[in-house]
Design a binder for this molecule. Structure first.
Ligand code: SF4
Ligand code: SF4
Length: 170
């Protein structure tokens, strides 16, 4: 009886399989990675981003709260004083050095939570593979938001140097 049922249902199963195939012909299930990347969920925690204000100044003031909050101690911040001739952030100080060891990072988001200025957030990047441990030390130039094209020429000299260095391609 069961064999007869399988014979009768056979064409239906084949039809279902063909429908699945046709569906993916019309709407491919694969993407052309790495040129195309799948969108990540809104709460995805990928590689960090250091943000700027609209005028190009850096939001980070080098307070080190993120480094203190980091449970694995993978953030290094060294602050320096802003001066009228060299102003990098709106506050008194800015992060002269900002580094994250991405191999130690557990992508918990505590640094983002701790920052009082929303200067650091977890970004969308997830494809961080590389061929040497040294390449996983993300320095400030790697993490900093690029200056917008409109600001690139007009930004104060103090805001420009970080942006002019070529960020690492991950
Ligand atoms: S995501 Fe977590 S582990 Fe990674 S740098 Fe931020 S606080 Fe540290
Ligand atoms: S990212 Fe935020 S918490 Fe970390 S040093 Fe900069 S301002 Fe302070």
């Amino acid at each position: 009886m069961s064999a007869l049922r399988d014979v009768l249902m056979g064409p239906i199963y084949i039809g279902k399989g063909l429908m699945t195939t046709l569906k993916h012909v019309v709407r491919p299930a694969t993407i052309q990675y790495p040129e195309q990347q799948k969108p990540v969920p809104p709460r995805h925690r990928g590689r960090h981003i250091l943000h700027r204000y609209a005028d190009g100044l850096e939001k980070c003031v080098g307070c080190e709260l993120c480094a203190v909050a980091c449970p694995v101690g993978c953030i290094v911040v060294e602050a320096a004083e802003n001066t009228p001739e060299h102003r990098v952030s709106p506050g008194e100080r800015y992060a002269k050095r900002y580094e994250i060891n991405l191999l130690r990072c557990i992508y918990c988001g505590m640094c983002e939570e701790a920052c009082p200025y929303d200067a650091i957030t977890m970004g969308p990047r997830y494809d961080l593979a590389d061929d040497h441990p040294d390449k996983f030390i993300a320095v400030k130039e790697d993490l900093l938001e690029p200056l917008s094209a409109s600001l690139r020429d007009t930004a104060r000299p103090s805001a420009a140097p970080s942006a002019q260095k070529e960020p690492r391609k991950w």
